[in-house]
Design a binder for this molecule. Structure first.
Ligand code: FMN
Length: 205
């Protein structure tokens, strides 16, 4: 699989739970659309949180943590698709009305790209526009505000990379780790969402 493949970020720290199930559904949707997608589990690539040292404020906008982490943390693996993938998916549970801490650490570490863009760096400024499809899930059975914080932050973070958000899929009432794997109707709904999204890609190797 090339580095230019579509990517699905699965962003729960819980292995085998609802997020993982939803990510597999999206991949099924890709297969039905005749496409391939790389599945990236955030928990396999832990990142050290930003320490606000602002070493990245000036060219070459390098992150001090990238330079000093031994062994290197997961940032390079997590960041690559933001620069190269033609279409992206993010599946995450809601933790306290926001994204899980592992994702927030990843998000904060993209600050160096924000500063690169601010200073007119051509690598970031010339990225082509791409679309991200978001699937968020939480335990609460209702509540319009449950996903607001996550969506706002995702929009800001992905905007750095010229990635715009498609209409998200927002799922209430999923709590126990098998809630989604026991709900075939909802799985079908997610597969359909993925299939529709992957069908938008016209030319893909
Ligand atoms: C630390 C923590 C905080 C959570 N906060 C919320 C919340 O604010 N609202 C909500 O509806 N569910 C909340 N949940 C429930 C999870 O969103 C829910 O269990 C989800 O299905 C977990 O997905 P997973 O199986 O992929 O890990 C929280 C769970 C944890 C562990």
């Amino acid at each position: 699989m090339s580095e230019n493949n579509p990517v699905i970020y699965a962003c729960s720290p819980r292995a085998g739970g609802n997020t993982d199930c939803a990510a597999h559904c999206l991949r099924q949707g890709a297969t039905l659309a005749g496409k391939e997608a790389k599945l990236l589990f955030l928990r396999d690539h832990p990142t050290t949180p930003c320490c606000s040292c602002y070493a990245c404020a000036t060219p070459p906008h390098a992150c001090a943590l990238d330079l000093n982490s031994a062994p290197a943390d997961g940032m390079s693996v997590l960041t690559a698709p933001l620069l190269t993938a033609p279409i992206l998916f993010f599946v995450a549970p809601v933790f306290f009305y926001h994204l899980p801490a592992q994702f927030k650490a990843f998000m904060d570490r993209t600050q160096r790209f924000y500063l690169m863009k601010q200073s007119g760096d051509p690598q970031i400024k010339t990225l082509s526009q791409r679309t991200a499809y978001i699937v968020l899930l939480g335990a609460r059975k209702s509540g319009s505000k449950l996903f607001e914080g996550s969506l706002l932050s995702l929009r800001l973070m992905l905007g750095i990379f010229n990635i715009v958000l498609a209409k998200p899929l927002l799922l209430h009432g999923l709590d126990g780790s098998t809630d989604l794997s026991n709900n075939s109707a909802l799985q079908t709904h997610i597969i359909h969402y993925g299939r529709q999204a992957f069908s938008q890609i016209r030319h893909h190797p």
